[in-house]
Design a protein around this ligand. Structure first.
Ligand code: FMN
Length: 247
């Protein structure tokens, strides 16, 4: 699978895993995708703890409020953060917001790389942080952001409903909506394509008319030229009017 949008759309949160081997090579690819995530000021204030021992996975699953299915994932990647590092540069916004966002970007990168390798994941955010801290000897100044359960999916869950673009996309300002943004955006693309064609056509016409003038001193057909121009302008206006709804 090569198209990133296909990959994004077909990734699913895995409910059940098969107790099946995942190579270290693939695990390292997933980690690599994580470390290439964007981060505030490129601080990369994260650390990953790999949990692959069965007993430890079982204990961790229990600390995820009984999400025992993840104990069957081949490995659990615990994404930790160093909030102080971000606070040093960006104050409380760095500590409380950027740090969380950095690790969310890491987590999503990992899920997508795993999916591209044909592996399944579950983003686990529900866990007893203090319990996990004790289990894995994580110091107090480190926060535990997410756990990525990585393995082979037993089956692919159905796609849960996702909001269409229309109710979640505003144009220019809050609550300023457009009826069918995807269609509208496609139409913008076709307007641009039409303009490009029209411009190329106009250039061709000017050249051929110039040649005609040279040859016979005859005038270009004014009726055809204005008729074509009117048609283009009208359809552009219609497209804009058609899609904008004022609330
Ligand atoms: C911050 C966050 C925390 C999550 N925590 C859990 C979790 O603890 N357990 C779980 O099964 N899924 C968890 N999920 C996965 C969501 O339930 C899942 O993404 C959502 O149901 C949509 O399904 P999809 O990922 O297949 O599109 C979490 C997702 C996010 C982004």
């Amino acid at each position: 699978m090569s198209d990133i949008l296909d990959l994004i759309k077909s990734r699913r949160t895995i409910k059940e895993f098969q107790p099946k081997f995942v190579s270290w090579e693939n695990i390292s690819r997933v980690l690599d995708a994580g470390r290439h995530a964007p981060s505030c000021g490129n601080l990369q204030n994260w650390k990953f703890i790999l949990v692959y021992n069965s007993d430890q996975k079982q204990s961790l699953a229990e600390l995820c409020y009984g999400q025992y299915e993840i104990a069957l994932a081949w490995i659990l990647i615990v994404v930790c953060a160093e909030p102080e590092k971000a606070e040093r540069y960006y104050g409380s916004r760095g500590r409380n917001l950027y740090t969380v966002q950095n690790c969310a970007a890491v987590t999503q990168n990992m899920l997508l790389e795993a999916h591209s390798l044909g592996l399944g994941t579950r983003w686990v955010g529900a866990f007893d942080e203090e319990g996990v801290r004790n289990l894995l000897n994580v110091p107090a100044e480190i926060s535990i952001q997410s756990i990525v359960a990585l393995g082979h999916a037993k089956d692919t869950p159905e796609k849960p409903p996702k909001f269409p673009l229309e109710p979640i996309t505003y144009f220019s300002k809050w609550r300023s909506r457009i009826k069918d943004p995807a269609k509208y955006m496609n139409d913008i693309a076709s307007i641009l394509a039409r303009k490009k064609d029209a411009a190329a056509g106009a250039v061709k016409q000017v050249i051929s008319e110039g040649k005609e003038l040279f040859k016979s001193d005859s005038k270009p057909d004014a009726k055809d030229e204005s008729g074509e121009k009117d048609k283009t302008e009208k359809s552009e206006k219609k497209t804009e009017k058609e899609y904008i709804i004022n609330y």
